[in-house]
Write a protein that binds this ligand. Sequence first.
Ligand code: ARG
Length: 595
Amino acid sequence: MKKILDLITGEVTQAFVDCGYDAKYGKVTLSNRPDLCEYQCNGAMAAAKEYKKAPFMIADEVAEKLSGNAMFSMVESVKPGFLNLKLDEAYLADYVAKMQADEGRYGCEKTKEPKTIMIDYGGPNVAKPLHVGHLRSAIIGESIKRIGRFMGHTVIGDVHLGDWGLQMGLIITELRERKPDLVYFDENYTGEYPEEAPFTISELEEIYPTASGKSKEDAAYKEAAMQATYELQHGRRGYQALLSHILNVSVTDLKRNYKNLNVSFDLWKGESDAQPYIPDMVQKMKDDGFAYISDGALVVDVKEDTDTKEIPPCMILKSDGASLYNTTDLATIVWRMKDYHPDELIYVVDKRQELYFTQVFRCARKTGLVKPRTGLKFLGFGTMNGKDGKPFKTREGGVMRLQYLLESVNEEMLKKITENQKAKENLEISEEEAKETAKMIALAAIKYGDLSNQASKDYIFDIDRFTSFEGNTGPYILYTIVRIKSILNKYHSMGKDESGAVIEAAHSASEKNLMLALSGFGAMMENAYEETAPHKICSYIYELANAFNSFYHETKIMSEENEQIQKSYIRLLELTKSVLETCIDLLGFQAPERM
Ligand code: ARG
């Protein structure tokens, strides 16, 4: 099923052609003057030059050609040469009815050229607790993954664990101080990995910060940690056994955390998985003459003639031969290309890593790790700030852990729901349902608060605003969906049935406005995909929810006496609900039954 914008453009294009003008002038866009019209075409302005005619003469001719066309209720040419259009109510109702029958696509066609896309997002570091910086990557990446899939692409999400750095050596060093008798510390340990981990997740979460603190004060401790890291990376069996325990315990905990966020990954690969690919990759870069020694380190030049600022070389190996963050990212590209043949790689990472990724991408292209056609996209996101405009911190000034943030929003939501319930008389929600509902709304508040901003911008985490049931917020969208659900339930509980009914031409301006909002779904989705921009979905559903609520306030739905009209309303409500639900699913949250 075609987008409505394409159908309208098709009709207007035909009119241009019939009048003897080139088809390219028939392009129609959404009106930027909604007070005057719904759609507009500015083609006559451009055609005027080619045909050496006054633009309004061309616009007049085309308008004349379109007069009487069943698609439009108004075709107006206005000086100096614009075409203003309004859709015919019956045509619009028919389109909206077809959206409903479109098997969950709502007028959005799947891509004709499906791609394989890999998204690198989440990026948590093993054994370190998740903090709010990781939240944005998870939220944005998850939504982009869902949008890509909805458009018909194969999208693979990889969490890309940070599991290869000094933090591993630090943990091993600290464990050794605490439990020197563990078999893993025996230099000759060659045994299999015992199943039971020698620590729990809460110990692990405490061990890391302790070790990290000590290493800053105690040079010998730091030396030991670096040595342990080196030995781990060079194959010491006991340490590798410990690494696999650390990974297991940490990943189990991470999975639980991500599940609470409604975020999931197809691959749980990490930096350590890239290590086996490093030697061959480095050798090839040397053989091909790309990598050379500079100040002892192995580097690849990545600057280009058109650069306006200095792009330093990409460092491949340190002077002691150790690999770096870069090396790991490049070797990760190697296995991703080999095992999954992606057409595109997208990285959802803090925008402060932009220069770094510019180096990595250029190096990957130059040295042939990717095909010339392979897309490499860096989607850098801004910082989540507190109300003071500074990076979000705990009240004590420490790094805000994700878990605390979630808990505080959950609490706030539960308070609100309980108050709301008290205000109503006959709605009894059990404590358990209230808690579940609070969690759902809290997640919507957090995700919508994040996604409604353009990803690259910093934003202020304002818990009062985000959790409000009014305004451009997640809870407002959920509230709208719940309102529709409750009307539909009421209607059906009266024993009524709307199945088979048609959606009639709008009976009021607010109803037409709702239909217009619905009909824009397809174009909006294409745009959100092409621009990797979940915030476009947010603006769309905010507009749609507003259009619905105006319609709802102006229309007596339940007391409508004409049965056919009532059925038509109910069908429209169902479509509105489905489109809203589809959109919030693409944003990564869901609506409760009631709230
Ligand atoms: N673990 C990193 C961090 O916490 C993010 C990883 C981003 N992805 C990547 N391929 N480098 O900053």
